[in-house]
Design a binder for this molecule. Sequence first.
Ligand SMILES: *Cc1c(COP(=O)(O)O)cnc(C)c1O
Length: 413
Amino acid sequence: MARINENYLKLKAGYLFPEISRRVRLFLEANPQAASNVIRCGIGDVTEPLPQAAIQAMKAATDELGERSSFRGYGPEQGYDFLRLAIAQHEYRERGLQISDDEVFVSDGSKCDTANILDIFGSDNRIAISDPVYPVYVDTNVMAGHTGQALEGGGYEGLLYLPCTPENGFIAAAPAEKVDIAYLCFPNNPTGAVASKAQLKAWVDYARANGTILFFDAAYVDYISDPALPRSIYEIEGARECAIEFRSFSKNGGFTGVRCAYTVVPAGLAGTTRGGEKVLLHPLWLRRSTTKFNGVSYPVQRAAQALYSAQGKAQVRALVDYYMGNAKILREAAREAGLKVWGGEHAPYIWIGCPAGLSSWDVFDKMLGEASVVITPGAGFGSNGEGFFRVSAFNSRQNAEEVAKRLKSMKWS
Ligand SMILES: *Cc1c(COP(=O)(O)O)cnc(C)c1O
């Protein structure tokens, strides 16, 4: 019989979102009349239609594929030149950051990229992950065999967890010990925290001193509302020597269903062999991409490119502003309800402290049972997420206003 990858058996049952779905299903079975009343602020998925610029570009690209003269089959695995150029130009070079077109790898999502990147790294690296955290970073390391068993109090043996708490503003400092890989995500999912330049500089300095590679996930970069805050890790001097950056069109262009993202691997970035020989990462990632991936569809890449037209930029801005308007409404409502509130200023997530005596799954059940609102319990993001819950601003304005009303009318103490 074929042997399985037993690392999968280490994964804790009930990955967050399936468990949320299960509880919502049970609730609706018991309360079928509540079905039309339930508002989902749980999973971080966008709700509003795609920008017109993207739709037009996708339609035009589809028409091209319908003509023999302009038909295209397989494209370059790492993305069409037109999109790599648009990304490097608009996201980086226009902002004074020297990223060349061929350092940009186009993909079908940052979830996949942050998981797949592990392919080019060894299995014996010391890995630091903040807690709470986007669960994908942890689970993909478990699957790859980079951890031991699940621990009693949450988490896995072998990973170094960096607690993110109200005391450190939910931004972990670099650890005292040496790690080989560290995941950073700013603006943060789930806490909404965003690191300052000084905080990122401390991480980059640490990484350069210790030979650490930083995985910098900036999926929410367009939600940063303060121009003084860093948008890219490459704004920090020396980051080209120690950081890979992940970006996605999911949250700014509403591409969660369309699927397009990119990863920046600087040309000079290196790791080492067991014997201590330096090896560049860019050729490894290129090899990995060309071997295991056949690229993002042509219409989708044209749609992503269109987000950088003047029209596209304005439409993306409007979309982000719309969700941030929701975030403000939700943040203020939670505050008025007497809850402790973080986030929602540079991220579409509001991170709320659970009232004394309630766990985050208690709050989940309470919000669902009393207000028919689905939130995400902090415990699903790691043991330090316990005591908090996440409310997503990805919703219609009408729903956000309704959730705000319900939050305020609930009895919290
Ligand atoms: C939504 C999200 C992404 C984007 O994932 P895609 O696969 O590109 O849709 C990446 N990282 C974090 C932390 C996210 O919340």
